[in-house]
Write a protein that binds this ligand. Structure first.
Ligand code: GLN
Length: 511
């Protein structure tokens, strides 16, 4: 039996059902790997709680005759999982990466946590993230940076950096993340793992600590598309507690992949891929472009066709997002006032002083920056000039996608313009961090499903993600593309220490 750190969740599931290992054994090994890792990928582990869940899973496994009998009810029975510390959990801390909530323990589980526990998953711990999910580097001012397993002097990406690093390092096979403007896709790309952000509304936001509510969406991070399909299906579905939850049936994504499976030479025949000119222009590193083109060539070899398209309003995504997201954040974060949750300043003169000191101490610089910007753009006299204008841009960006999807089935390009940068390199440069979100923000603003799939490495051996974007509710199409790609290529199997070969020079067949 191969090293558990190398096995996918689907393989672990089969091993559990075949009694080749127990849930308790997997949980213990996972906890040991986490304790030995120097990546700072976890903010809280509670071994007693984890082991109790694992033993309960073993008891249930003993009553199930064979793998397959449990698909409907407990598809993840005994499989270890880690949750981004944005999902509140009973028993573990729920910090959102903030000093404001450093000791906060929720009285209830987020809907995602509840669903995955019901599916049988065993929680290994809470993963590190940017404070309130605001950021793309996971250089957290309160709890330190998450280190990228490919090069520990580099960032993991963010804001779901702990989840992506944990999967990349084999600490856990599955992890949840959230993506408001790229926070599942970008760290997945930078850590060389697979990540999917579904359509806005697919997964309940109940118990997901709010950043920008009209954009926030939970997503799945795993080693490959099949594991992402397994995890996403267990997370998704209507929830009356979330007013924007979609009342749409959750497809059997994994089952659909199995049907598409038999190694036909051209599983993607007929699939039309659009390559936005705006995603392949200046500002994208050569190594990223070369790897993305190599991924596209592999999709074309599987029968897809690729052609250039336009998403002309791409450059408006940054100003639109960095107006709307701070506006919503300033409103959502007003609840952290020292009265209801978390941190309260120990010394203050009166009520106003208590609010001021509490918030000054509890929030880091980036969160404060966003609260200030957000409060400004929502204030009387500026609301129409900034916030309403940004909403209009958002509509135009969504219209660009609608036009493009009349002609193509999937849109592809890089996830990010660069591979992982060095820790400290951009810490004091918020604008550089914002600009690096250029390719992930458009799909978020339009509410579309999007995915990051490993497609090789740059010349320095750092992983690159190929982004795939599909129309509303077409997650299945993304997973099918990614699974087909992963059946014939090995980029998703590359690990630190055994990297993918650097892509050949830019200008490959596709693109
Ligand atoms: N990097 C983006 C930001 O800083 C996106 C974060 C996210 O998706 N949570 O807002």
């Amino acid at each position: 039996m191969s090293d558990p750190a190398e096995r996918s969740a689907l393989e672990l599931r089969l091993d559990l059902h075949a009694r080749r290992c127990s849930a308790e054994q997997l949980a213990r090994e996972g906890l040991e790997r986490i304790a030995a890792s120097g990546l700072n990928a976890f903010l809280d582990v509670q071994p007693e709680l984890t082991l109790a869940q694992a033993r309960a899973a073993d008891d249930r496994l003993a009553t199930i005759a064979r793998a397959g009998d449990d698909w409907r009810t407990t598809p993840l029975l005994g499989v270890p999982i880690a949750h981004k510390d944005i999902f509140v959990t009973r028993g573990w801390k729920s910090t959102a990466g903030s000093r404001m909530l450093a000791d906060y323990v929720s009285p209830f589980d987020a809907a995602v946590v509840e669903r995955l526990a019901a599916a049988g998953a065993v929680t290994l711990g809470k993963t590190h993230c940017d404070e309130f999910a605001m950021g793309s580097a996971n250089e957290n001012p309160h709890f330190g940076p998450v280190r990228n397993p490919w090069d520990e002097s580099r960032i993991s990406g963010g804001s779901s950096g702990g989840s992506a690093a944990a999967v990349a390092a084999g600490l856990v096979a599955l992890a949840t993340g959230t993506d408001t403007g790229g926070s599942v896709r970008q760290p997945a790309a930078m850590c060389g793992v697979t990540g999917i952000k579904p359509t806005y509304g697919r997964v309940s936001r109940d118990g997901m600590i709010a950043f920008a509510s009209s954009l926030d969406q939970a997503g799945a991070i795993g080693r490959d598309a099949r594991d992402c399909a397994l995890l996403l299906a267990a997370m998704a579905g209507f929830d009356a507690r979330d007013s924007t939850s979609l009342e749409t049936a959750v497809p059997d994504w994994l089952g659909e992949l199995a049907v598409a499976d038999p190694a036909t030479a051209q599983p993607l025949a007929g699939l039309r891929i659009g390559l936005p000119d705006e995603f392949f222009g200046a500002g994208v590193d050569d190594g990223v472009l070369a790897a993305v083109r190599q991924g596209l060539s592999a999709l074309v070899a599987l029968g897809a066709t690729a052609r250039p398209i336009r998403l002309p309003r791409t450059d408006l995504a940054i100003p639109a997002y960095y107006t709307i997201a701070p506006a919503e954040a300033s409103s959502n974060l007003s609840r952290f006032d020292g009265v209801r949750y978390g941190h309260r300043a120990s010394r203050y003169a009166d009520l106003d002083d208590m609010y001021a000191r509490t918030r000054a101490e509890g929030f880091g610089a980036e969160v404060k920056r966003r609260i200030i910007v957000g409060t400004y753009v929502l204030s009387h006299g500026y609301y129409d000039a900034y916030y309403v204008k940004a909403q209009q841009l958002r509509r135009l960006i969504a219209d660009d996608f609608r036009t493009a999807f009349a002609e193509v089935d999937v849109i592809a390009g890089p996830v990010a313009p660069t591979t992982a940068w060095r820790i400290g390199e951009q810490t004091d440069d918020p604008v550089s961090n914002y600009l690096a979100d250029i390719f992930t923000l458009p799909a978020s603003l339009a509410g579309l499903p999007a995915m990051s799939v490993p497609c090789g490495a740059d010349a320095g051996g750092l992983p690159v993600g190929l982004q795939l974007i599909a129309p509303w509710l077409e997650e299945g199409r993304l997973l099918r593309c990614a699974a087909a790609l992963q059946q014939t290529t090995d980029w998703h199997r590359a690990r630190a220490g055994r990297p993918a070969a650097p892509a050949a020079s830019p200008g490959g067949a596709a693109g």
